[in-house]
Design a protein around this ligand. Structure first.
Ligand SMILES: Cc1cc2nc3c(=O)[nH]c(=O)nc-3n(C[C@H](O)[C@H](O)[C@H](O)COP(=O)(O)O)c2cc1C
Length: 97
């Protein structure tokens, strides 16, 4: 997944994960209750049907990741990019500049 995302970025494209349909399809297909409102369970089942039609799969096909990829101007709002040193639990292992 990381390799795909980084390759997309290296090609000056943008990748946006779209996990909401994956997660609500999972709730619907596994009959997991996520709300006391019955209409929302029905909506999730409808979403699952549409998502499977779009993906060309049936309800038994596992889907673990879904995203869109395309050309775009740079988004204004971005996640904070930390340096490798800030991300490491043992900063002394950080590559030296
Ligand atoms: C685990 C995960 C799940 C995500 N799910 C969604 C989603 O369901 N819908 C959506 O619009 N973006 C989703 N995103 C994408 C983020 O909104 C964002 O575009 C992405 O993390 C890149 O952000 P950045 O460009 O600020 O680094 C998800 C991102 C991650 C890491």
């Amino acid at each position: 997944m990381q390799r795909i995302w980084l390759t997309v970025a290296a090609e000056y494209l943008y990748l946006q994960p779209e996990m909401t349909p994956v997660i609500f399809r999972w709730y619907a297909r596994e009959a997991i209750s996520f709300s006391s409102r019955a209409d929302l369970a029905k909506a999730a089942a409808h979403l699952a049907d549409e998502f499977e039609a779009l993906a060309g799969v049936d309800d038994s096909t596992p889907i673990g990741f879904f995203c869109r990829v395309g050309a775009s101007s740079r988004p204004d709002a971005r996640s904070v990019r930390k340096s490798v040193g800030e991300l490491l639990l043992e900063p002394e292992l950080s590559p030296q500049p």
